[in-house]
Design a protein around this ligand. Structure first.
Ligand SMILES: NC(=O)c1ccc[n+]([C@@H]2O[C@H](COP(=O)([O-])OP(=O)(O)OC[C@H]3O[C@@H](n4cnc5c(N)ncnc54)[C@H](OP(=O)(O)O)[C@@H]3O)[C@@H](O)[C@H]2O)c1
Length: 279
């Protein structure tokens, strides 16, 4: 297959690039906004036609949750409007969405069929993107994920390693619960979808296994990175100034993905070990 990967300079896009080496039977076209802006309808159609693309893996997104509050229009253009165009190319599409489509008020893992209730501009734009994609491309696969990190780009793991080296004390929230997800494992999930002989369209939840708070995650990061000089203190969300409300509980139920694709998913700690070893 000829596979177009958009947003290839991001965390997930870079992990797709790394993993593509293990799947040499396909031809890959890695693009980011400089080479191919997913909002540019004419450019996207021309690219798909010129390179006889069979499948688009959309890793491009407007991912800055705080900035999206101030500029929802731009976030909407990239996270939603572009999806109508991307889904209209007559090729297969794998798209990535987020736990932010949910309110975060639940206490049990969210299933794909649970009602959505985005509380942020980012969440609203991502949910709108899901709807617009499915309206034009009902055969699309959408993977909702959460708490993504990687050795590429900026993310929580890298920030905590930096702060752990700089500071003697650090307060990290313990009342927000979720599952850290190594972007390399999400990339593997995308290849599982690609390599499964039968195409199974629909929305799926994918994160690593297990559950923790940002506080627990930070302790694990520091331990694995050998940081011993920083005392990490559990704090409440109300003690930290967030520009945008953060979900208190954003654990996703992955049963549908595991059952459909017969996949085993690594625990978040195992993913973190691999990421820190690569860092
Ligand atoms: N990060 C998380 O914790 C998280 C959680 C849940 C779901 N997700 C979803 O997972 C997916 C991958 O996230 P990620 O963390 O890999 O994102 P990322 O690191 O922010 O990468 C996104 C990439 O898309 C590029 N991009 C932005 N606008 C574009 C456009 N118009 N055309 C083409 N490329 C464009 C970005 O370029 P610039 O950097 O120049 O803007 C960036 O290189 C996204 O759909 C995201 O919504 C992420």
């Amino acid at each position: 297959m000829n596979i177009l990967i958009t947003g290839a300079n991001g965390q997930l896009g870079n992990e797709m690039r790394v993993l593509s080496n293990a799947h040499p039977k396909h031809t890959y076209f890695f693009t980011d906004v400089e080479e191919l802006d997913i909002c540019d309808k004419a450019a996207l159609s021309a690219f798909v036609e010129q390179h006889a693309i069979d499948l688009i893996v959309n890793c491009a997104a407007y991912t800055n949750v705080d900035k999206a509050e101030e500029d929802e229009a731009t976030a909407m253009r990239i996270n939603a409007e572009a999806l109508s165009v991307l889904g209209s190319q007559g090729v297969k599409v794998i798209h990535v969405s987020t736990d932010y489509v949910f309110s975060g008020d639940e206490h049990i893992p969210c299933r794909e069929t649970d009602p959505v209730a985005p509380r942020t501009a980012y969440g609203r734009t991502k949910y709108e993107g899901e709807k617009r994609l499915l309206a034009v491309c009902p055969e699309a696969v959408i993977l909702r994920t959460a708490w993504l990190y990687s050795e590429f780009g900026n993310n929580f793991v890298k920030t905590m390693i930096r702060l752990g080296k700089e500071k003697e004390q650090l307060g990290v929230v313990f009342d927000q619960i979720g599952t850290p997800t190594y972007a390399a494992d999400l990339a593997q999930a995308i290849f599982t979808v690609i390599e499964t002989p039968c195409w199974h369209p629909g929305i799926y939840h994918f994160t690593n296994e297990g559950v923790c708070s940002w506080y627990d995650f930070t302790l694990a990061i520091h331990e694995l990175a050998g940081i011993t000089t920083c005392h990490v203190r559990p704090i409440l969300s109300e003690e930290y100034t967030y520009k945008t409300p953060r979900p208190h509980y954003s654990v996703l139920d992955k049963s549908k993905f595991k059952k459909t694709f017969g996949a085993e998913i690594p625990h978040w700690m195992e993913g973190l070990k691999r990421c820190i070893a690569r860092l």
